[in-house]
Design a protein around this ligand. Structure first.
Ligand code: TNX
Length: 529
């Protein structure tokens, strides 16, 4: 190799920050394999054309064109021959729904994927690789081949427009951000004590002004679909139901609660397990939601049910308990969810529930009630995840990882950071902590085989607009994206930090509100002293 070539490669290394221990370009999540080549670079000009092998790839081509237009004012044409091309191809040699290969050399950029979804993930990788124009005004992409597929097929974030409503356009903005980092599920927590946020045809009385119309939801679903993100709806029952009970107080347990139910203020009240009308209403709700959302999943909550203050004090519930041969009111969860899950099944959907154990703090050694085989659970309570993994593993139930210690993005990122209101003494979840999540909890393969993936939650008590949501989400959602996508052997905190800065720089240029992780810079200074 000539002396000049060596210098050129070295300069390239420095400009891409790939010298030393850190050999990755600034991509989050880190891909499985990157090989650099010596030829190149590929110069992105308006002479470049985009070609795609089938109509199914047109949305990905359009997404790429939009990105280039927005970022560089470059208007590329598609499906005409050219000397320099970006080709998008469905490739049956690749395996796995999201497996893609991105190849860049002097003459072309090729994105091959097993499916249209995989090609889209590759387009998102290319978008992150796009450099600034160099001093000659040229957009030059280094030559490399990336081969990549995710560790987990379920990589979710959750928004909570129930606590504070978030307009549809803001949800779409959030979906754009999720797509960049290869998230593929957005759970919408659509009902809680503060509001029922879908304007249903069969029960419009349940929601107020701040609710999504069906048309808005259809738009959100379609927008997400174009970005290969699935929307999973959540209606939270039998607790967290003051919004339903404010409209139908008679559906609560009729015992000594004398205070009227106030939207947003009343907590710890529950739907009555022994009132048949509860199941009629919930069946209507499940039917309509199932028709509206194409996802195979519907989340029905099941968390933080204040059983001692409700079912345990309700004569009708206690009678039902006795007649059913149960000894504890919490066993009424069995017929409660038994009926709901029958409605879910009728609609060919699969239920998801928050995992509750027989204690809310460790130690706990069993489920709160026996979950049936068709349920997918989400682990969330601090300290209880190892038990949830074990119990679901033994029972063969799929598990989504949202352990509070790592993935609760509503918690402050540092002491004295936001949220400054409605903070109930939340623990701190630092960026470092989130990055430390191994969704398999270090278990042997066979003990983590039932783990589907991860979810970061943005509970909305203290998140009253989308800028707050993105501030709480980022940069921790970058760390979580990597936990969900990247194999453990390719994960490295120092490398993540290096890759994070250019990613944050892009977010800054797009005007996205995020938290600057000052404390990480401080760590760098200290370690270099
Ligand atoms: C617990 S996580 C809840 C939510 C709250 C959250 C606040 C879960 C299943 N239930 O209702 O918003 O804590 O962090």
């Amino acid at each position: 190799m000539s002396y000049k070539k060596v210098i050129a490669i070295l300069m390239l290394c420095i400009s891409m920050n790939i010298c030393g221990a850190n050999v990755l370009p600034p991509l989050i999540p880190a891909p499985n394999s990157v090989k650099f080549h010596e030829d190149g670079p590929f110069k992105l000009t308006d002479m470049v054309t985009i070609q795609f092998s089938t109509e199914e790839l047109k949305p990905s081509a359009k997404t790429l064109k939009d990105i280039l237009s927005k970022r560089f004012d470059l208007e590329l044409v598609d499906n005409v021959a050219g000397d320099c091309v970006i080709t998008l191809t469905l490739d049956s040699a690749l395996r796995g729904d999201e497996h893609y290969r991105l190849h860049i050399d002097k003459n072309e950029i090729k994105i091959n994927g097993a499916t249209p979804e995989a090609v889209f993930r590759g387009v998102m990788t290319l978008a992150q690789l796009l450099p600034e124009k160099n001093s000659e005004g040229i957009i030059a992409l280094s030559s490399m081949t990336i081969d990549d597929s995710p560790r987990f097929g379920y990589r979710a974030l959750m928004l909570d427009p129930a606590r504070h409503f978030l307009p549809a356009d803001d949800v779409k903005r959030f979906i754009d951000l999720m797509a960049k980092y290869k998230y593929n599920v957005l759970q919408l927590h659509l009902s809680d004590d503060q509001g029922f946020r879908i304007k249903l045809d069969n029960h419009p009385e349940l929601s107020g002004d701040q609710a999504y119309t069906k048309e808005e939801l259809e738009e959100i679903i379609a927008y997400a679909k174009e970005r290969y993100i699935e929307i999973v709806p959540e209606i939270d029952v039998p607790g967290h139901t003051a919004a339903i009970l404010a409209v139908y107080p008679e559906l609560g347990c009729l015992h000594q609660h004398s205070n009227p139910i106030e939207l947003g203020k009343t907590q710890n009240r529950m739907l009555c397990a022994s009132n048949e009308n509860v199941y009629v209403l919930l069946r209507d709700i499940i039917n309509e939601i199932s028709n509206l959302f194409p996802s195979q999943y519907i989340h029905l909550g099941g968390d933080e049910a204040a059983i001692p203050a409700n079912w345990a004090k309700c004569d009708a519930c206690l009678e039902l308990m006795k007649n059913s041969g149960y000894e504890d009111p919490s066993q009424l969860m069995i017929p409660f969810f038994g009926k709901l899950l029958a409605s879910v099944k009728e609609n060919n959907k699969k239920p998801i529930l928050w995992c509750e154990l027989n204690n809310i703090y460790p130690p706990a050694d069993d489920f709160l009630f026996p979950y049936t085989d068709d349920v997918t659970l989400v682990t969330w309570r601090n300290g209880l995840t190892p038990t949830c993994i074990e119990l679901t593993g033994n029972r063969g139930l799929p598990l989504i990882m949202a352990p509070g210690e790592f993935t609760y993005l509503d918690y402050p990122q540092m002491k004295n950071d936001l949220p400054e209101y409605n903070n109930w003494g939340m623990p701190i979840t630092t960026l470092t902590k989130t990055y430390q999540l191994d969704p398999g909890y270090g278990l042997p393969d066979e003990k983590q085989a039932h783990i589907m993936g991860v979810m970061g939650t943005l509970w909305g008590e203290a998140i009253n607009n989308i800028d707050r949501a993105t501030y709480m989400a980022f940069p921790r959602a970058l760390a979580l994206a990597e936990a969900g996508w990247t194999q453990m052997e390719n994960r490295d905190w120092e490398s993540f930090k290096e890759r994070m800065y250019p990613v944050l720089y892009q977010l800054m240029k797009e005007g996205v509100s995020f938290r600057v992780p000052f404390e990480i810079a401080r760590q760098n200074n200290q370690s270099s002293k």
